[in-house]
Design a protein around this ligand. Structure first.
Ligand SMILES: [Zn+2]
Ligand SMILES: [Zn+2]
Length: 337
């Protein structure tokens, strides 16, 4: 099968390798769609994962082609998406539903081979059936949607709360969709530049502000007639993280959902201390694939329009370059198989 392999940081190749054989409890998935995440660029660049060679790709959908145990035969031929968590299922953390805390946790697409390939293997326990009404492309976008749902749950987003979302990339826009569905009001989206804020306005943001060197704290305050109840920081950029703590209202809630690229950044801790902020770490999605699926199935959420550019796997350089440079009109690149 064809796969895009990262041999070592900043060295990728399209390779022809043997199809993996699913062990007992695992399934071989024929990938139908795999979306490119900005985090994949970090994996290629060497700031995350750090285990090579590796096939990236953690946003995927496909069809079960084979299984490793006779008891799982019922999955063969079914359209699926899945969690990327490879865990032991037996430790205290796993048994409490906190798979990500498992000592043997490995994430598909980071420490186990992912979906930039014609096939990948995933644990059967991680699979969810993709109903016919949800396309493979939409299925591949469920992972970032689940991250946004997880963020809303971690901050306990409530009906009528005001929200500032920092970042208009895929995660920021998914957060906007989720915050709207959850009944937040006056949702403001900020980004470093104006580039992708048009999408946020189309999706119903109350206001959008490009930072572009401006002091936007006052603009946000005026638009909300106060400071926000909730700030969801989805950039991991120092200026944005500092601003998140600065603008949250007293006792407000801040979700840190952006990857910090393995770097140290400065924060003004008195913003947290004096205002008694509630700060939530919000990386990854925690077993929320099924919830995301159900919300899409019932039309509560729709995020398919975030897939803006489509590629064959052998065009991976083009897809990665676009993800990095984000030309006008671009949100997300998706490989179709
Ligand atoms: Zn991702
Ligand atoms: Zn475990």
């Amino acid at each position: 099968m064809k796969a895009m392999m990262i041999e070592k940081p900043n060295t990728c190749h399209l390779v022809e390798i043997d199809k993996p054989v699913p062990e007992a409890g695992w399934a071989l998935i024929r990938v139908k769609a795999a979306a490119v995440c900005a985090t994949d660029l970090e994996l290629i660049g060497g700031s995350i994962g750090k285990q090579y060679p590796i096939i990236p790709g953690h946003e995927w959908s496909g069809i079960v082609e084979a299984v490793g145990s006779a008891k799982d035969e019922g999955w063969v031929g079914r359209r699926v998406v899945g969690s990327n968590d490879v865990v032991c299922l037996t430790c205290t953390e796993c048994r409490s539903g906190r798979w990500r805390n498992c000592d043997s946790f490995r994430e598909i697409g980071f420490k186990a081979n992912g979906a930039y390939a014609e096939c990948l293997v995933v644990p059967v326990y991680a699979l969810s059936e993709l109903p016919e009404c949800i396309s493979f492309v939409q299925g591949a976008l469920i992972e970032p949607l689940a991250v946004a749902i997880g963020t809303a749950e971690k901050v306990d987003l409530k009906l009528g709360e005001t929200v500032v979302i920092m970042g208009a990339g895929s995660i920021g826009l998914n957060m906007l969709a989720v915050a709207k569905a959850a009944g937040a009001r006056r949702i403001i989206v900020t980004a470093l530049s104006e580039k992708r804020l048009g999408f946020a306005r189309e999706m119903g943001a109350f206001a959008t502000f490009a930072m572009e060197g401006r002091d936007i704290a006052n603009l946000i305050h005026d638009a909300l007639e106060g400071y926000p109840d909730v700030v969801m920081e989805a950039t991991g950029i120092e200026d944005c993280v500092q601003l998140a703590f600065a603008i949250a209202r007293k006792n407000g809630k801040v979700a840190i959902a952006g990857f910090g690229r393995d770097e140290d950044i400065r924060i003004h801790i008195d913003d947290i201390h004096i205002k008694n902020l509630n700060v939530h770490g919000s990386g990854n999605n925690w077993n929320l694939v099924s919830k995301a699926l159900n919300l899409l199935k019932d039309g509560i959420l729709s995020t398919e329009k975030m897939a803006t550019h489509f590629f064959r796997l052998d065009e991976y350089e083009k897809a990665l370059t676009m993800t990095k440079t984000r030309p006008d009109g671009f949100i997300k690149a998706v490989f179709l198989f």
